[in-house]
Design a binder for this molecule. Sequence first.
Ligand code: SAM
Ligand code: SF4
Ligand code: SF4
Length: 379
Amino acid sequence: MSERTISLVDHRYAASVPKVPAVAPAAGSVVLDRLGRPLHDLRISVTDRCNFRCKYCMPKEIFDTQYEFLRHDELLRFEEIERVARAFVELGVRKLRITGGEPLLRRGLEDLVGMLSRLRGADGSPVELTMTTNASALARKARALRDAGLHRVTVSLDAIDDEVFRRMNDVDFPVATVLEGIRAAQEAGLAPVKVNMVVQRGVNDQQVLPMIEHFRGSGVVLRFIEYMDVGTTNGWRMDQVVPAAELLERIGSRHGLRPLDPTVVGETAERWMLDDGSLEIGLISSVTRAFCHDCNRARLSMEGKLYLCLFAAHGHDLRALLRGDTARGIDAVDDQALRGAIAQVWNARADRYSELRGQGASEPGGSAPRRVEMSYIGG
Ligand code: SAM
Ligand code: SF4
Ligand code: SF4
């Protein structure tokens, strides 16, 4: 590929406007997809911008000064996000995760956290509210986020060695600031903090054991994630993936480990505890052991498109329903119609990309239309 001829990424991802059924399921109904999977988890991406340029997510040569990020009026407003989230909660969602891009770059994010934290399930129970962040601004914001009603944070950190980390974020950002953010989150009560490390062979796999050493006894949960073939810009290759089984072997050769039971159905991490109880470790084998059969997650992009799989190439344009679009003859809908439209989209879902990849049926980086980027729909 030549260096910078055409930008491979823009936000004109394929999407269609969902149909609004005549009758919507009542609030509190359980909706299932075509493989019998319920809706449980909604990830909400609040911005397409980020102050890092992690090479596997927003490589500099594409996400450069020429790159056209979305205009502010294209983003869902907080009230619109809250409306969509409420519809999802009425359809069974029990967990909301705010993500991005880097969510802490969205101005006034605490206000959105406050609005989402007031949502209640049909039985009156609160919804779990979490965020995934690079923690660059977390030391400053942890307390306000907690006060606004955030429950927990997951921090992405790919190395404990400062030099390796600076190289990976590609903006020379120091690891010390991220560690301050993690401490601030713990002190604010956003606990347990989960730390996610994406492991790439030859890039940061030598950091796995040092990360374990660093976080022993700290109270964080450390999770290792297989590098995935998301989007089209990171030049993913299978030989860069360190299979979770290999990681387990490497960790096990240094530390005693005992398995922990899964905490919830659809949990993506296989959980282990160092035998002295000093650190919980999670292994997320998104590539080598697909967990599509109980994948209960939906993803909402910052401009209001709904995706049913990380590897989706096609979104469902909820913003058109929220705002209406006279040019396209689309009327704005009420809450009940919005709920009905979302339920119908979920009912039709049959995505299971990773399973098919495992069976050799889907080509990484495969055919058009172009798949969405991780920075667009979050982790
Ligand atoms: N900026 C925030 C952060 O980094 O935590 C939130 C958004 S980021 C897209 C969410 C997560 O996706 C991060 O943990 C990141 O490491 C992960 N991620 C991005 N590209 C990935 C890939 N190709 N394979 C596996 N994880 C990836
Ligand atoms: Fe930014 Fe997160 Fe992507 Fe890194 S992984 S470039 S921090 S959005
Ligand atoms: Fe869910 Fe798609 Fe990942 Fe399978 S590949 S676990 S359906 S997001």
